[in-house]
Design a protein around this ligand. Structure first.
Ligand code: SF4
Length: 382
């Protein structure tokens, strides 16, 4: 039985429509280096061929922006650009894309003298000039500092209020061609955050995703948990399944997304009540920011190595880059993020050091064993 959808507005991005009763759009993201035009075009086309209505590309610098011109020429995919900390690049890439995603939590990194409101006004003016869609992409690991400060006791509310505030800014500047996303690596938090936002703004189309869901099949199961609960209640207009996969299998993200949507539409719900109660491994889906291609292999090895600890309620995070790695591992018991030749390692907020790709697994096991011993040891009386 098809779920009744929230009455969201229609947002246009290239040849597709998001919201307004249109079929839910599955999207994905290239993990190739953007400046490697041939590989990026090939991956964008493969994602499009698998059924991706939108293909996202990361642009971090002028070289990526120049490569985008040629990528645009060579692919028919509807392109979304992901702006991380360098939002002024929007002016360079706008003529060559259909949609821009910005993260409210990253706007403060550059041009610190300008207000967030002025930066959003400028982004909106670019989107209007080039007929683009925008995505306000709020992420658990990089919430805007002013909202974290205001909602110190409720991290989810900080995310929701940040998204609501930016949606209000869009409208203040006379712009409605935008969608919102609220992502976390915990599917239950994704459900709660999106429910809260949709209750306040049922008219705004939502892009759903469980960020850093990790390797399949666990990453697909986590995503399913969130999508089943949201989409069956009418929430969600476009989705991405973020999986850690090698480049030649990246299109499996799209296949997984289509399958989940089909199952929900046909009433096939996969109940996994105890999923996530034991060892939780989160890993990012990788993107052009990965500086060492051994990242995916490392994530797979971490999963294999730690299988013996699957009953322990611990979280290990494996991230592909130094840009988002430190923030995205903050909530994990053990966090790893990849640099060009080394892997950074931390235990909760404490940095444990930097290790070679051939050393890190032994170091991880030592620290995991220590955590397990501490979990098992009786509480010390005070
Ligand atoms: S953590 Fe880094 S490499 Fe992984 S998806 Fe995020 S930005 Fe890309």
């Amino acid at each position: 039985m098809a779920a009744a959808r929230n009455p969201t507005r229609t947002v246009k991005a290239g040849t597709i429509q998001i919201g307004g009763g249109a079929p839910i759009v599955v999207q994905s993201m290239c993990a190739t280096r953007t400046k490697d035009i041939d590989l990026t075009v090939a991956q964008a086309e493969r994602l499009r061929g698998a059924g991706a209505g939108l293909v996202r590309i990361a642009i971090d610098n002028d070289r990526d922006a120049e490569a985008l011109i040629e990528i645009r020429r060579q692919t028919k995919a509807n392109l979304v650009v992901d702006l991380q900390e360098n939002y002024p690049l929007a002016v360079k890439i706008a003529p060559h894309v259909d949609k821009i995603r910005y993260n409210p939590g990253h706007l403060h990194h550059v041009e610190k003298e300008k207000s967030v409101e002025d930066k959003v006004r400028w982004l909106v003016s670019i989107a209007k000039e080039y007929g683009l869609a925008l995505r306000i992409g709020v992420n658990c690991g990089s919430a805007a500092p002013e909202f974290l400060e205001r909602y110190q006791q409720d991290h989810l509310e900080a995310l929701v209020q940040s998204a609501l505030c930016h949606a209000d800014l869009m409208e203040k500047f006379g712009f409605s061609n935008f969608v919102v996303s609220l992502k976390d690596s915990d599917p239950n938090k994704v459900v709660q955050a999106n429910r809260r936002f949709a209750a306040a703004r049922p008219d705004v189309p939502l892009h759903l995703g469980v960020t850093e869901a990790g390797l399949p099949p666990d990453g697909i199961i986590k995503t399913r948990i969130a999508f089943e609960q949201l989409i069956s209640n009418g929430i969600g207009d476009t989705v991405r399944v973020s999986l850690t996969l090698p480049n030649d299998r990246k299109h499996e993200e799209v296949m997984a997304g289509l399958q989940i949507l089909k199952d929900i539409k046909e009433g096939r719900f996969v109940s996994v009540p105890n999923f996530g109660k034991g060892l939780n491994i989160i890993s990012c889906p990788s993107c052009s920011r990965v500086e060492n291609e051994r990242f995916v292999e490392l994530a797979e090895k971490v999963k294999d190595l730690t299988a013996y600890a699957k009953k322990h309620r611990l979280t290990i995070a494996v991230m592909g880059c130094r840009v988002n790695g430190p923030g995205e591992t903050d909530d994990a018991d053990l966090g790893l993020w990849c640099g060009p030749t080394t892997v950074h390692f931390k235990r909760r907020s404490r940095e444990l050091g930097v290790f070679g790709y051939d050393e890190i697994l032994a170091r991880l096991k030592t620290e995991l064993d220590r955590l397990i011993r501490e979990q098992n040891s009786p509480a010390v009386p005070c």
